[in-house]
Structures are given as C-alpha cells and as structure tokens.
Ligand binder design. Structure first.
Ligand code: SF4
Length: 188
C-alpha cells in the first residue's frame, strides 16, 4: 500500500467529528462506496492498494508495536472468516436499513447512543459540541448506527492488528471481499 503519511488522520478525524456532531458519521458512506466506484473504473483494488484510511491507521499505528505478531490463522486467509464478516456486514446493513425505515415511519424511537456489534448498547453519551436543530430523527438514528458499525469494525480490526499483523483486518474486510468478488466477475 502506498501509505500516504497523513491518510490515517482521516480515520481519526472521522471518529473525532462524531463528538462534534454525530451526523458527520454519515460521511462514512463515502468510504463504503468509493472503493467500488474505483474497482469499476480502474479494474483493480485501487482503494485498498493506496487510499484506504483505515488500513493506513493500522499500518501507521501498529507497524512498530514492539512484540512479534502471531501468524494469521488459515481460516482468515483462506476464506471462512471472510464470509462470516461479510454476513455480519450484510446483517448489520439490513438492520440499519430496517430500523431507519421504522424510525422514519414513526413506529420506533430513534437510537441516540452507540452500540457495539449492533446489539450491545454502550453506556456512554457522546458529547455533541455543535447541535443541528432541524435534523429529522431518522437521519440521527442512521448516523448513530453508522458510527456504531464503523467503530465496531475499527476496534475489531485494531485488535486483530495487535495480535497478528497490522493489516490482518484486510484479510476479512467485507469491502475487500466484495471488491475481490466484483473483480473476479468482471474478469470472467
Ligand atoms: S480490505 Fe478493507 S480495510 Fe483493507 S484496504 Fe481494503 S477497504 Fe481498507
């Protein structure tokens, strides 16, 4: 990866912006769509190879961690875990979409807090330095859900990077898995 020196600050800024106002979390949608746009445009994993702020964070913060990494388990490298993560990702997105629709229809209250792994509430109220007064509740709900998903996967990836190699997350990252599948289909 061409690890642009300051690329990792985008990931840090993303999480810090959530404390300024949670609605900035919706910027994460760009991180989820640009990789696929680049796959279609360049016919390779351009995002993963040079522009992913999350991978840059792991590389930058964990490359000098000071202890030996364990070998990455085979089930990470050769598939099974990739599909587990992809399933988790699909279930999360489904859950996010359905609950957001329910909030928009007024049949459930918006979620104004973070959750770990979709279901575990985090007992911590995020300070909001700036308040946007006229945002509809479903957008706020979507923003908290999005931030929660990004936070969960980033912590998971960071933990894997501490135990194994810094970019172990990339072996099971749903965006990477879907990019690989798209490329395979295109080549066929
Ligand atoms: S596999 Fe995922 S985390 Fe790794 S570089 Fe690609 S998008 Fe980023």
């Amino acid at each position: 990866m061409r690890n642009h020196k300051l690329l990792f600050t985008i990931t840090l800024s993303y999480f810090l912006l959530g404390f300024v106002n949670i609605h900035f979390a919706l910027l994460g949608i760009f991180c989820m769509t640009i990789p696929f746009f680049l796959v279609f445009k360049t016919k390779k994993k351009t995002w993963c190879q040079g522009y992913c702020p999350r991978a840059a964070l792991y590389t930058t913060t964990l490359k000098h961690k000071g202890w030996n990494s364990l070998n990455t388990p085979n089930y990470f490298v050769h598939g099974e875990m990739r599909w587990v993560m992809l399933t988790y990702f699909a279930v999360s997105l489904f859950f996010i979409t359905m609950t957001t629709i329910a909030v928009a229809k007024g049949v459930r209250a918006p979620m104004n807090y973070l959750r770990f792994f979709v279901v575990y509430p985090i007992p911590f109220s995020m300070p909001q330095l700036i308040q946007f007064s006229k945002v509809t509740p479903w957008i706020t709900h979507l923003a908290y859900r999005f931030y929660s998903m990004m936070m969960t996967t980033t912590i998971l990836g960071f933990t894997l990077g501490l135990i194994y190699r810094p970019r172990t997350w990339c072996t099971i990252c749903p965006v990477g898995t879907m990019s690989d599948s798209l490329l395979k289909k295109k080549r066929r």
